[in-house]
Structures are given as structure tokens and as C-alpha cells.
Design a protein around this ligand. Structure first.
Ligand SMILES: C[S@@+](CC[C@H](N)C(=O)[O-])C[C@H]1O[C@@H](n2cnc3c(N)ncnc32)[C@H](O)[C@@H]1O
Length: 297
């Protein structure tokens, strides 16, 4: 396990993923009943952008830093508000020095009665997480394989909740591992909101994952087709070699407000975060049946 998220914290892919989960959490808070958050690949929770790792690979400068510097139309501001609220709280009276990982976003947006379960396989990172949330009674950290844990944890006591599956994709077969682990979990908790992150390095592998998942969910009426949403962003032509050019999320049971928010956010992100020719985005709610909306610069 060589992947260290500290090199990538706050990049374009984090901004999209974190904007989505922050909106999902805000939506869950609209009802009084407590909810459960399960983060299968948690990372260390909070990232120091002045650290050696962030300085050696300052991807946040082309991600969250650009977002904060840009003029944001009202609809974009609304879509980003829950995430930017957390970022602002972490950087009070300072410039941009800290960026939240998914655990920190959940810990800051959830209420005391909600429950957050974080899995992290890297032992040192799991210890860091454990120390960070030792005094937060709603957070439980488990130093274990998130895929195995997911099968055991779902369905939780709470009827509603959010599962984030955000693996490092170091392994060539990660997409297949993810599909294998999530299907039984979805089957057991069809009312949960699931967010699956995947890179657009191999566009066909991502397509196989998305279409396979959508077809499986729609078959036997597990989920209605409109309850699956896919949001992708690429900051330069996807065929360019080198650093990650594109990534996105597949969301099962998204909040009904999310599609409109993403429709405002994605074109703005593609323009604001572009790193060259060919930046673009897509948002679609009928995976495998032809895209609902596709745009490109
Ligand atoms: C992309 S990072 C997670 C970032 C985090 N979700 C966020 O948004 O801030 C992936 C993390 O998964 C961890 N990891 C790798 N394999 C794992 C597994 N099977 N179970 C749990 N964690 C794993 C890595 O150590 C790494 O910290």
C-alpha cells in the first residue's frame, strides 16, 4: 500500500467528490432521525497543505485553491456551500492551510446522534484517524479492510445513511474488487445512499463498472433507473499521459436535489479547473441507456 492521499488532497477530483458527499450529508440532516455514515477507505481525515507531501505535489493549487479564488455564480455557490463551509471553518484567520478529507467533512456536518464508521487499512493512518476522533463520540475508527467491513456493517440500525467507497486504485483489478464488494452491501441496504469514486484512467473499465452496476440494480427492480446518477469531470483531454486527468462518482439513491446542483456545478468546475485543452464533464442519470446530458469544451 503505497498510496498516500496527502499528495492529492484538495485536487479537482477531491473537490467534486467532497462537494457531492457534503450535499448528501446536508440532505440527510433534513430529517430528525439519526443516520449512519460508512467510509470504507477513510484516509487520515484532515490534510495539512503546508506539509512536505502537499508541497511536493501541490495538486490543491489547481483544485480547491482555484475554486476559492474564482468568482462563483449563485447556483455554484449553493452547490459548494456545505463543502466550502467546512474548508472555511478549518482555515479561520489563515490562508488555505488545511483541507478536509471525507471523515472530517462527515464529522463536521453530522449531528451528535448520527454515527460515523471509518475503515482504514493502513495501520499508521488508522492510528492517526483514531487519535484525531478519539474525543468525538459519534466517530468509530476500524483498522481493517473496508470492503470486508462493509459486508458486515450493512444494514446498519439506521434506515438512512451514506456509504462512501473511495479506494486508491493502486491495484489494476480495483474496479472489479469494488463491484464485488458493493453488490451484496447494496442488496442488504437498498435505502442507503452510496457514492462510488473511480478514476477515468481507463474509460472503458469505468464504463464497464458503471453500466454493470446500473444494469444489475435496475434488473429485478432493486432500484429505479432515476436513482442512479453519474457525475464526471476531466481537467484535460482524457487521452493525455501522466497525472490523473479525470474522475467522478456514481451515486445510488442521490438526494433529489443533487442532479440540479451538479448541473450548475460541473460546467463551472470544468472551466475553472481546466489544465489544458479538452477539459469537460458529464452528468447522466440513465447509464447504459445513453447519456442524459453530456458537455465538453
Ligand atoms: C483515496 S484515499 C481515501 C480518501 C478519503 N476517502 C477522502 O476522501 O478524504 C484511499 C485510502 O484507502 C486506504 N486503503 C487502501 N486499501 C484499503 C482497504 N482495503 N480498506 C480500507 N482502506 C484501504 C489507503 O490507505 C488510503 O488511505
Amino acid at each position: 500500500m503505497n498510496y498516500r492521499h496527502a499528495f492529492h488532497a484538495g485536487n479537482f477530483a477531491d473537490v467534486l467528490k467532497h462537494a457531492v458527499i457534503a450535499q448528501c450529508l446536508e440532505h440527510l440532516k433534513k430529517k430528525d432521525k439519526p443516520f449512519r455514515v460508512i467510509d470504507t477507505h477513510a484516509g487520515i481525515g484532515l490534510y495539512d497543505l503546508t506539509s512536505d507531501q502537499a508541497r511536493r505535489s501541490p495538486e490543491f493549487k489547481d483544485g480547491i485553491a482555484r475554486v476559492l479564488d474564482a468568482e462563483r455564480p449563485d447556483a455554484v455557490e449553493a452547490a459548494l456551500a456545505p463543502l466550502l463551509g467546512v474548508v472555511a471553518d478549518l482555515n479561520r484567520s489563515r490562508g488555505l492551510e488545511a483541507y478536509p478529507g471525507s471523515p472530517e467533512i462527515a464529522a463536521r456536518l453530522a449531528r451528535p446522534a448520527d454515527r460515523i464508521q471509518l475503515c482504514e487499512l493502513h495501520q499508521e493512518d488508522a492510528r492517526t484517524l483514531d487519535q484525531r476522533y478519539a474525543k468525538d463520540a459519534k466517530v468509530k475508527v476500524e483498522a481493517r479492510d473496508g470492503y470486508k467491513a462493509l459486508k458486515a456493517i450493512v444494514p446498519p440500525r439506521e434506515k438512512r445513511g451514506l456509504v462512501l467507497v473511495d479506494p486508491p486504485f493502486e491495484d489494476r483489478d480495483e474496479m472489479a474488487h469494488m463491484a464485488e464488494a458493493i453488490m451484496p452491501a447494496l442488496e442488504k441496504w437498498l435505502t442507503g445512499t452510496f457514492v462510488f469514486w473511480r478514476p477515468l484512467k481507463d474509460i472503458w473499465a469505468a464504463e464497464r463498472f458503471d453500466v454493470g452496476l446500473a444494469e444489475w440494480l435496475i434488473s429485478e427492480q432493486r432500484i429505479e433507473p432515476e436513482k442512479i446518477l453519474r457525475a464526471d469531470l476531466w481537467v484535460r483531454d482524457l487521452s493525455t499521459e501522466g497525472k490523473l486527468a479525470g474522475a467522478g462518482v456514481v451515486i445510488v439513491n442521490p438526494p433529489y436535489t443533487l442532479e440540479a446542483q451538479l448541473l450548475a456545478l460541473l460546467p463551472w468546475l470544468a472551466e475553472t479547473l481546466a489544465q489544458g485543452e479538452g477539459a469537460g464533464w458529464r452528468l447522466d442519470g440513465a447509464i447504459g441507456e445513453g447519456s442524459l446530458m453530456v458537455d465538453e469544451f
